[in-house]
Design a protein around this ligand. Structure first.
Ligand code: BTN
Length: 244
């Protein structure tokens, strides 16, 4: 992939800017990087704290696949992020895990998140997908659902431009692989880093909580939760927490 990296001092949200560019007809491969965001957004309608020093990057993609396939790109982004963190901070090798659906953890604390947004055409075909990636390089938020960390807490200081360059390379590798070989190799790489696989978890959903064992990740990217009665339920959205 030949990335066209566009850098900004401040944006409302790099996803929002990528969205504007996509709607104006920008091609696949545009990457939007901002030093800070005034209205950074996270998954499930949450906001994303965006102070200067951290990474705020959004990738515009136009893969020729159905929307359900494109949704799996969040796993690809998490795998690329995990690899980039280990490249940037070799001392963290083996301590970087992927938490379903698309967070990246260092020593069990969230260091990075992915927000995928897409648009479909009136006929249902995918028009574009934006992979928005935030990483706590220097700062970490205080009041979070899940414990948070930053690379700097581990003695690894990196500037967002260098980090973005490494991440674009790893994402580009996996994106090409996904286009030729499909989701299977991405799923395999994600599972090698999976946090909590086989363990008891709680899934928080808008309508309540589900308890069970994180049994597997299926071919669609859903988390398979083994319920206390042995049935397996596919979870496609929600927040996952360890039990106890
Ligand atoms: C999450 O909730 O874990 C996902 C967070 C994604 C944040 C990134 S920062 C770059 C891009 N622009 C945004 O407004 N959000 C994403």
């Amino acid at each position: 992939m030949n990335w066209d990296l566009r850098t900004f001092d401040v944006l409302d949200s790099t996803n929002e800017e990528a969205w504007r560019l996509a709607d104006a007809g920008a091609p696949e491969g545009v990457a939007v990087l901002a030093k800070s965001q005034t209205a950074g957004r996270g998954r499930r309608g949450r906001s994303w704290e965006s102070p200067e020093g951290n990474l705020f990057l959004s990738l515009l993609l136009r893969p020729a696949v159905p929307p359900a396939e494109a949704a799996k790109l969040s796993f690809l982004a998490a795998v690329a992020l995990g690899e980039t963190i280990e490249l940037a901070a070799p001392g963290l090798t083996g301590r970087v895990r992927c938490k379903w659906p698309n967070d990246v953890l260092v020593d069990g604390a969230k260091v990075s998140g992915v927000l995928l947004e897409s648009r479909t055409r009136p006929d249902g075909a995918l028009d574009w997908v934006i992979a928005g990636i935030g990483a706590n390089l220097v700062h970490k938020p205080i009041h979070t659902l899940y414990p948070a960390t930053a690379l700097a807490d581990h003695g690894d200081i990196h500037n967002p431009v260098d980090f973005a360059g490494w991440l674009l390379a790893r994402f580009g590798y996996w994106y090409a692989r996904w286009k030729t070989d499909g989701f299977a190799p991405v799923r395999e790489a994600w599972l090698k880093r999976a946090h909590g696989l086989g363990q008891q978890i709680v899934v928080r959903l808008p309508e309540g909580e589900l308890h069970g064992r994180f049994a597997a990740l299926d071919d669609s990217g859903a988390l398979l939760l083994e319920l206390p009665d042995g049935r397996r339920q596919a979870i496609t959205a929600g927040d996952v927490f360890p039990v106890g």
